[in-house]
Design a protein around this ligand. Structure first.
Ligand SMILES: NC(=O)c1ccc[n+]([C@@H]2O[C@H](COP(=O)([O-])OP(=O)(O)OC[C@H]3O[C@@H](n4cnc5c(N)ncnc54)[C@H](OP(=O)(O)O)[C@@H]3O)[C@@H](O)[C@H]2O)c1
Length: 312
């Protein structure tokens, strides 16, 4: 089905200014879906570190909305379907997304909840299930337990039957406990690398600790799965090199995970939410006109789980 190509929309756009890139809301043409894409009327989108790290011209990946048009090769969806997944330029009234990166939004899950899932949810699921092969009864420590990835990871690890320790600041201790963590470490008063506990898995969503210190908290066959990276982009490359050196040269069980948004895992996630095993945590909601404020808040690095742009 064809999109209405003459239609306009409002969208968040980064443009270059003297002081750096500035995010503003502009009137643009509605995008046209490619053959393997759907065009969505966006009902909610969520912010990820990727958005403020990369500052691409048209930011926004995580999206939930209604399909209004599909490309000619799309077979799984039709106009009117409610979906969620990974889109392009999702901080806008309309956005395109590849069919392979969308799944039906389960009934009973709101657009805001669905939009909170894609990047953080896929990262948590793929880290625990695929990279770590987490088993019931194992002890896992989740550094950055109050963030987007962390809040999903605590709940998923509990649903796998693991013993979960979450690390966060004082204000988030109760939140992380309420998500099911067996133990919560407040990093403002305790250092998890120095309390003598040993874990089968350390999931690091922060990127602020030395790898040698993280190695010390692992049991002999323990694994360290790393999703987080230092905030400064200039430090990310060295961070990745150090992780690869540990894993390839020293043959230590360190893995850097790169999450992948795909329909099967989105569907699995939808089932976890529907079954009540995982509940997305939403910290703040902003209208599209407040996208710059939403990004600034998320970039401070202390959002409680997800920051959502809402169109409802
Ligand atoms: N590899 C991948 O595929 C992938 C995918 C998504 C994201 N990432 C990366 O993973 C990281 C986390 O992403 P996210 O979406 O979870 O980010 P986020 O939601 O922005 O994370 C914010 C959280 O980090 C916590 N935090 C900050 N400093 C901390 C510290 N010193 N110790 C423990 N927790 C701390 C904060 O808790 P407090 O307020 O309690 O401090 C806050 O809840 C980012 O570096 C991101 O770039 C990687």
């Amino acid at each position: 089905m064809e999109a209405n190509i003459s239609a306009h929309m409002k969208a968040a756009v980064y443009s270059k200014a003297e002081a750096g890139k500035v995010l503003e809301i502009r009137d643009l043409d509605q995008p046209l879906p490619k053959d393997n894409e759907a065009l969505l009327r966006v009902r909610a989108a969520s912010v990820n570190p990727l958005d403020w790290r990369m500052k691409t011209e048209r930011p926004g990946v995580d999206v939930a909305g209604e399909i209004i048009a599909v490309g000619k090769n799309v077979t799984q969806f039709k106009p009117g379907d409610a979906v969620f997944g990974g889109g392009k330029g999702a901080f806008a009234e309309y956005a395109c997304a590849r069919e392979s990166k969308l799944a039906p939004k389960p009934e009973g899950v709101s657009f805001e909840q669905a939009a909170a899932v894609p990047i953080a949810g896929m990262t948590a699921l793929q880290a625990l299930r695929d990279a770590a092969h987490l088993q019931a009864g194992q002890k896992v420590l989740i550094n950055g337990a109050a963030g987007g990835i962390g809040t999903f990871a605590v709940q998923i690890a509990k649903s796998f039957g693991a013993h979960v320790t979450g690390v966060c600041s004082t204000k988030n201790v109760e939140l992380v406990r309420s998500l099911g963590a067996d133990r919560v470490i407040d990093y403002t008063c305790e250092d998890f690398t120095e309390d003598g506990e040993r874990y089968d898995l350390l999931l690091d969503n922060v990127g602020n600790r030395k790898l040698s210190a993280m190695k010390c908290v692992l049991r002999p066959n323990g694994k360290c799965v790393i999703a987080g990276a230092p905030k400064k982009m200039s430090a990310v490359f060295t961070w990745l090199l150090k992780i690869f050196a540990r894993s390839l040269l020293l043959r230590q069980n360190f893995k850097f995970l790169i999450a992948n948004i795909n329909r099967d895992d989105l569907t699995t996630f939808g089932e976890l939410i529907t079954a009540g095993k995982v509940t997305p945590v939403i910290d703040r909601r902003y209208p599209l006109s407040g996208t710059a404020d939403a990004m600034a808040y998320a970039e401070e690095g202390h959002a409680r789980a997800k920051v959502v742009i809402t169109f409802e």
